[in-house]
Ligand binder design. Sequence first.
Ligand code: ADP
Length: 322
Amino acid sequence: MKNIAILCSGGDVSGMNPAIKHFVEYSIKKGLTPFFVYNGYEGLIDNKIMQANYEDVAGIINKGGTKIFSSRSKRFMQKEYRAQAKANLDKHNIDMLVVLGGDGSFRGMEVFYKEHGIKFCGIPSTIDNDIAGTSYCLGVDTALNVIRNAIDSIRDTASSFGRAFVIETMGRECGYLALVSALTSGAELCLIPEVPYRLQNYENNFQKQIQNGRRYFIAVIAEGIADESQKIAQWFEEKIGIESRISILGHIQRGGNPTVYDRLMAYKFVSHAIDALLNNQTNSVVCFNEDGFSYKSIDEVAKRKYRLDNTLLKSLKEMQDV
Ligand code: ADP
């Protein structure tokens, strides 16, 4: 009987629970004994490791967040605590880990693997969609749908009351969430860190639109340029002549029931991760791109900078060509 464990590390995303459920079911199907590591790398160090069974994952497929919790761990950066983590895994006879996390978590696991030989397979999980080597990270679709709902609601009040809304999405230095949301919610303006902008360029066009009867504007701003929100709102008032409000969507984007797509991706990511470990792949990340699933090394995933898809960037340019 071989033992395998799953853990969540770094920012949580919606889709982790369906992944945890499939992890238990698929492991048992493959003749493995599944374990949970609670609370990420902190739980590895503190021996919060427990055998899991079907009843532990009943009723979680529709829930956001993660039943087994997540954390960031300063201690895991230190060799002595990683040795403690290894000793804890030995107590449970575990030498395979499925890790749901971001590139930081994968870098940590790589160090752990090189020191102690614990095999792992990473599943890219972040709503920011900013991991190099994969075009999709678990949780992104749910976050996009949360943003869509929020913008739909904001549009109701914006159109009734005749205002410009500057809506700030998450995404750290990556404009993916803002860009896709702007395209799919019909925003008039989208500003992201990857593309330099000059508000001045939009003035004539927006003023003309107001003269032609436009009553409201939706501007979607990525977190990476959140410092500019105030300035943009002010610009709408002073240069375009429309009252404005700022709406910061914040952490609602990380929660909510996982969408069908995230449930399906969770299922597929987990099957691929377990298959990789059973095929003796020692330290890889499951990636998803146009040509399907593949396994990549940590170097390919965590040591390169993510770049926004060119066709998306082109669409942004078309959307706001003035
Ligand atoms: P994310 O996985 O979302 O990118 P972080 O960058 O915060 O999140 O990384 C998650 C955790 O991974 C950190 O809290 C730390 O415990 C661990 N980690 C990251 N880099 C290293 C490293 N070089 N060595 C050991 N542990 C690391």
